[in-house]
Design a protein around this ligand. Structure first.
Ligand code: FRU
Length: 487
């Protein structure tokens, strides 16, 4: 470790200690989501199960609740329930990363953990440089920086970042989010035999490629993964215009399903599908664990102009990661299910069998709370609408006639109501994870998911039902994820 890196880390730990009491006293702090100990968190990075231990790294600015020169913060876990706050993995100390150790991924090779990330450089004259860098560890905790392993290839602007690396048939592959010189977003594929020397294979997808028209000016955080026999490109394009119910957030995250030709770097794929229908979901990343599950974490946030109005900022922290979700392919569509491990956090079950809602607002005995899981099973909504209001601040509404489902909240900047909507033919099951200031709604076993942050009156723990429906209702309080160590 260089002296500068050591100094930056000490400054970050000092920041954690200085604001710890303020941060943990925030009524909007979450119980079972990973958050920054102070400052701003964004993308999940370097997800891996290495030597049996789950590692979640994240983009972190410890010094401000705004974006800046990012560190890689680090949590580890044996079971995805008990977490340890690990020492900082990467601090932006070197010339090639002086404005941030930006997003990237992890692989295991020869028993070692390899982190690939983007070294972000912003020059005084406004120009940028980007370097895809490597850091290696033999214990999963302490990393030795090896510096840049891939410089900016010809044909791309300096918006070239977020390397995701994986192995296929004895070769390593890296997919990078990129912008071409004429400012279109693409995902570029590279290959290597030794993880140090990388060669471009081609552009697998992007604006104007394959069957796609214009599709954004920059693609961030690509992830090329194999799911149930298909290749899936997960990507976060910037610059899509709203179209019908789609693309209403500032930036999007979604996927293309297809088949990758590893030799030619070509990818025949279908349409882009948004992964999440809510307000706060971006830059997801996946990994495969020892049980063979494809697990996704996303950033439960967005860099829009309301970001700086989140009330947690007054307590020196902002944003969180989503809960982990397992991905499965069903009839050409990705379904996302909360990871089964979360069931271990369930406490105090309340059950209302054959619950019936018919007309005005209904509340059920024992169905309330701020940190809860709700399950509505065997739902019957034949006509009209069925709605649920969470703490008088967010409303989920299914319209059986229009075959649509929507989620409404108040905008943190303007206080005006805003909604996100998606088509839904029928509603049979709802699984809702609420955590003080977040909601993740899984519809029909993960056919659609809505994720959002919301900031209700902390005293208001009401959950009410409206419209016309029948269902079996379950509620659990959710315990806190355990933090074993602290910075
Ligand atoms: C996505 C992103 C990435 C970048 C990182 C910087 O949210 O903009 O493209 O690497 O955040 O924190």
């Amino acid at each position: 470790m260089t002296a500068k890196e050591g100094r930056l880390m000490q400054q970050a730990y000092h920041q954690v200690a200085t604001y710890k009491d303020k941060v943990v006293s925030d009524p909007y702090r979450l119980d079972y989501h990973l958050m920054p100990p102070v400052g701003l968190l964004n993308d999940p990075n370097g997800l891996i199960q290495y030597k049996g231990v789950y590692h979640v790294f994240y983009q972190w600015n410890p010094f401000e609740t705004a974006h800046g020169a990012k560190f890689w913060g680090h949590y580890s876990s044996m079971d995805l329930i008990h977490w340890r706050e690990e020492p900082i993995a990467l601090a932006p100390s070197e010339w090639y990363e002086k404005n941030g150790c930006y997003s990237g991924s992890a692989v295991e090779a020869d028993g070692k953990l390899y982190l690939f990330y983007t070294g972000n450089v912003k020059n005084d004259d406004g120009t940028r440089e980007t370097y895809q860098c490597l850091a290696v560890s033999s214990d999963g905790i302490h990393f030795e920086k090896k510096g840049p392993v891939l410089k900016l290839p010809e044909g791309y602007s300096a918006h070239f970042r977020d390397p995701k690396v994986w192995k296929h048939a004895d070769r390593w592959y890296m997919i990078v989010g990129a912008q071409t010189l004429d400012e279109t977003g693409v995902a570029a594929l590279f290959t290597s035999k030794d993880l140090y020397n990388w060669k471009e294979v081609g552009r697998v997808a992007g604006s104007g490629l394959n069957s796609l028209d214009e599709f954004g000016y920059m693609w961030e955080c690509p992830d090329l993964l194999q799911l149930d026999g298909k290749d899936v490109l997960l990507v976060s394009p910037q610059g899509l215009e709203p179209a019908g119910h789609a693309y209403h957030n500032l930036f999007q995250s979604g996927y293309f399903i297809g088949e990758l030709n590893y030799k030619k770097g070509t990818f025949q794929h279908g349409d882009f599908v948004e992964l999440d229908r809510g307000f706060d979901f971006y830059a997801p990343q996946t990994f495969v664990d020892d049980k063979g599950r494809r697990i996704l974490y996303g950033w439960m946030g967005m860099t829009d102009d309301a970001e700086q109005f989140q009330p947690t900022i007054e307590n020196h922290w902002v944003h969180a990661l989503t809960i982990p979700r397992e991905l499965k392919l069903h009839d050409g569509k990705i379904f996302q299910k909360p990871l089964v491990e979360l069931e271990a956090l369930r406490e105090n079950q309340v059950m209302v069998e054959k619950a019936k809602v018919d007309g005005p607002v209904v509340k059920f005995e024992g169905i309330s709370g701020a940190s809860v899981e709700l399950l509505l099973d065997s739902i019957q909504v034949k006509e009209g609408t069925f709605a649920m209001a969470f703490r008088n601040e967010a409303v989920l509404r299914f319209d059986a006639d229009k075959q649509e489902i929507s989620l409404k909240r108040r905008n943190v900047k303007t206080s005006e109501p805003e909604a996100r909507t998606c088509p839904l033919a029928a509603l049979s099951k709802l699984q809702v994870f609420m955590d003080h200031s977040s909601l993740e709604v899984f519809i029909n076993d993960g056919e659609e998911v809505f994720t959002l942050r919301f900031f209700p009156n902390p005293e208001d723990k009401s959950i009410s039902f409206l419209g016309k429906a029948k269902f079996d209702l379950y509620k659990w309080d959710i315990g806190r994820i355990m933090m074993l160590g602290e910075l």
